[in-house]
Design a protein around this ligand. Structure first.
Ligand SMILES: NC(=O)c1ccc[n+]([C@@H]2O[C@H](COP(=O)([O-])OP(=O)(O)OC[C@H]3O[C@@H](n4cnc5c(N)ncnc54)[C@H](O)[C@@H]3O)[C@@H](O)[C@H]2O)c1
Ligand SMILES: O=C(O)C(=O)C[C@@H](O)[C@H](O)[C@H](O)COP(=O)(O)O
Ligand SMILES: [Zn+2]
Length: 363
């Protein structure tokens, strides 16, 4: 097993991302190592994953807490945060304890936020099982839950101690979930790497779990994210910085919230959001019509939506968009493209323009 290691440099909070088919064994070793030092370990996972695709079925872990939440975006909620924290307390997990998040982005965000909150912060490890979690959500320390008013509106920055990416988990991932992950893969090309976008466009066979390039693509995305996060961990840079990872997300989070969490998968909403960001960029003279068409084409290759599946209220979309976390002093900020591969944060976009752009996806 050849393991790629990507380092996230954050001075005292630096950590490694291990990428390999079989990297799960490294997660098992890390958990055993903690137990050997009498540090409690708890696993957080999800009903569709635990015992089906992933199994810490090992006598060493017999006495560890295993907290299994329901499947889907709705699981990123206060009820599960409470459940996890209470179970950690009932199992006497102390400050030497650690949470292993085993699943997709939903489990990672929820378990990470639980680890950030419990006793004001205990260690946690990411063991991502979806493409989206491998290339994006397991890296960088954004953790959180949704509230009816908006996506990820409650959360914390809390970096994992390590990330173990076992690419063999992708074999069982449904095609729709693989495509959702591809939206975030494409995002890296659009936000900062024109040649990576070209590489994705020119692949003879679209990426899949068994594609020979899949491990390299995951490592490339992790490297890009690690660099961005190292330079601007808490998204405070005035020159874009980490906010560029939010390309398409002002639209996407409004769509997810308005349609009802889970109706569009996060990656599906991000794909559509990036097309809308392209149209807004084109309208502002930053992107050519041809570039917008290329973006639409690659989304279509991966069966990602390029318009709304059913009617949706633009008033509600606009209202949800007002609660985007990038807004400053009541003014929205959008991540747009100055050509493919060069994203920028653009302040002061009028709501009338956002409405016009949302309406291009109505029918
Ligand atoms: N923290 C971040 O930086 C960040 C980044 C991107 C996305 N996110 C968040 O991530 C979430 C989306 O994550 P997701 O797309 O991984 O969705 P998810 O966690 O809901 O997982 C998708 C589905 O795949 C199933 N599944 C997982 N692994 C599997 C496997 N190996 N085989 C078969 N089925 C499997 C799950 O049961 C689930 O039904 C959203 O809440 C989004 O906001 C966070
Ligand atoms: O890591 C980041 O920073 C990102 O923006 C990655 C996004 O793909 C991810 O969906 C993130 O959760 C969105 O962040 P938010 O701050 O808009 O909730
Ligand atoms: Zn995202």
């Amino acid at each position: 097993m050849k393991t790629s290691i990507v380092r996230v440099e954050l001075s005292g909070r630096s950590y490694d991302i291990y990428i390999a088919s079989g990297a799960f064994d490294l997660a098992v070793s890390a958990a055993k190592d903690r137990l050997s030092r009498r540090n409690p370990v708890a696993f957080v996972s999800e009903e569709n994953i635990w015992g089906k695709f992933v199994n810490f079925d090992n006598p060493d872990f017999e006495n560890c807490a295993k907290i299994i939440v329901e499947n889907g975006e709705g699981a990123k909620c206060f009820r599960n945060l409470e459940r996890i924290c209470r179970e950690l307390a009932q199992r006497n997990v102390d400050r030497s304890g650690a949470v292993f998040a085993v699943g997709g982005g939903v489990v990672g965000d929820l378990a990470g936020f639980s680890a950030a909150s419990y006793m004001r912060g205990i260690d946690f490890y990411q063991v991502p099982t979806t493409l989206l979690a491998m290339v994006d959500s397991s890296v960088g320390g954004k953790t959180g839950i949704n509230i009816p008013e908006g996506k990820n509106l409650v959360g914390a920055f809390h970096q994992p101690k390590a990330v173990f990416i076992d690419t063999s988990f992708l074999k069982t991932l449904p095609a729709r979930e693989f495509s959702a992950g591809m939206a975030e893969v494409i995002k890296y090309g659009l936000l900062g790497d024109k040649s990576f976008f070209g590489f994705l466009e020119n692949l003879k066979e679209p990426l899949s779990a068994s594609h020979p390039e899949i491990g390299n693509v995951i490592a490339h995305c992790c490297k890009m994210k690690a660099k961005i996060v190292s330079n601007d961990e808490r998204e405070t840079s005035k020159d874009g910085g980490r906010a560029l990872l939010n390309l398409g997300h002002t639209f996407a989070h409004a769509i997810e919230n308005t349609a009802g969490y889970g109706h569009y998968l996060h990656g599906e909403a991000v794909g559509l959001g990036m097309l809308l960001a392209a149209r807004m960029s084109e309208k502002l003279g930053m992107l050519s019509e041809e570039e917008t068409s290329r973006i639409r084409r690659i989304l279509e290759i991966y069966d990602l939506p390029v318009k709304f599946r059913e009617p949706i209220s633009s008033d509600l979309l606009i209202e949800a968009g007002r609660r985007d976390k990038k807004a400053m002093s009541g003014k929205s900020r959008y991540v747009l493209m100055n050509g493919i591969g060069t994203s920028v944060v653009v302040p002061g976009i009028e709501e009338s323009l956002a409405r016009e752009i949302f309406e291009t996806a109505m029918g």
